[in-house]
Design a protein around this ligand. Structure first.
Ligand code: SIN
Length: 341
């Protein structure tokens, strides 16, 4: 649906790419009491202040800011994801917007990025960026991360690459980038599948393109959605019983992601949980608590009506299952989504 002109941002008329920066909060917008403090801080700024701290963005793009929410990313929920996705889709439909950057807390940035990767209906660049250190830290990483993110969003080489994440000079696909450290500025990597590019001295350099289906190649349409099915993540450990499966199903979960041991192994208690899920029409995905590697399809997936998460970690598997359940809860079709997306 076309967007009305008054809902478009005021972008300067020049020859620079027009980039809208959508603020959602996070450490990139936070401040601490001392310059040496890198871990104890609070949200302090809106997106305009985050942009003002990096005036250099205006020499590479015509930039405008818009606040979507201003929260720490553990507060981002399905409702915010849908609002954000609809706004990004609306902006990118306009000929006067060339790309979108989203500032976001790093704790759940990988989930939002993967959600957008599955629902954005445009080949224009969408780049998520955050910071591991607050804006007041002596060596804050937010400003350079933001400048790099705008450079990626403004680059013609970023078109058709799906949703991207830019942190610490690395460009990664939303499908693969994960947080691997609680506080280091080097917290994000693409694990087995690597990062796909870099930004060095402002120069964007891609080395690979994501092959998994993304954006315009995905089946999901958020314009038809006001809510997403509830999907819970349950964690596997020695001696775990089936009570948590029963609780999640009784509470109304439409899907369960099991962060299982190893290659998505089901304990006897988890098998009981899977059979209960099947009896109640609840989808069950075997993911893993292991940091990297693929969860493979097994012979007994049919017997237990389970789906293998492929290389999606539990939090990204939750995003895909929530969207997939808006179209089907057939096990074979769900497995197909996990194999292709
Ligand atoms: C958050 O995710 O909002 C807090 C942590 C961060 O941004 O690094």
């Amino acid at each position: 649906m076309p967007i009305s002109p008054e809902s478009l941002p005021a972008l300067e008329a020049n020859n620079l790419p027009a980039i809208v920066i959508l603020g959602t909060g996070g450490t990139i917008a936070a401040a601490a009491a001392s310059v040496a403090n890198t871990t104890d801080y609070a949200l302090a700024h809106g997106v305009e202040a985050v942009i003002q701290a990096v005036p250099q963005v205006h020499s590479i793009a015509s930039v405008s800011g818009e606040q979507v929410v201003n929260v720490s990313s553990q507060e981002i929920n399905n409702s915010v994801l849908l609002t954000l996705a609809k706004r990004v889709n609306a902006l990118l439909q306009s000929d006067s917007v060339d790309g979108v950057v989203i500032t976001h807390g790093t704790d759940t940035i990988e989930e939002t990025a993967y959600f957008l990767n599955l629902v954005i209906k445009s080949t224009k660049p969408v780049v998520l960026v955050g910071a591991m250190r607050p804006s007041t830290a002596l060596s804050a990483d937010g400003p350079l991360n933001l400048l790099d993110a705008v450079a990626v969003a403004a680059s013609s080489t970023s078109h058709g690459m799906g949703v991207l994440m830019v942190l610490n000079g690395r460009v990664g696909s939303a499908r693969h980038m994960v947080k691997t450290h609680t506080m280091g500025t080097d917290a994000f990597t693409g694990q087995e599948y690597g990062v796909i590019g870099s930004v060095i001295d402002g120069k964007v350099d891609f080395h690979a393109a994501p092959l998994r289906a993304h954006t315009v190649h995905c089946d999901f349409d958020v314009s038809l959605l006001d809510a997403l099915p509830d999907v819970d993540i349950l964690y596997g450990f020695q001696g775990a019983g089936s009570a948590l499966f029963e609780a999640a199903i009784s509470a109304g979960a439409k899907g369960i992601i099991f962060a299982a041991t190893g290659n998505g192994t089901l304990s006897e208690a988890a098998k009981k949980g899977a059979l209960l899920a099947q009896a109640r029409g609840v989808a069950f995905v075997r993911s893993t608590r292991v940091a990297s590697g693929t969860v493979s399809i097994k012979g007994n997936d049919i017997e237990f009506n389970t789906v293998a998460s492929n290389s999606l970690n539990p939090q990204k598997a939750r995003i895909l299952l929530s969207l997939a359940l808006t179209l089907t809860n057939d096990r074979t079709r769900l497995q197909d989504y996990f194999d292709r997306y």
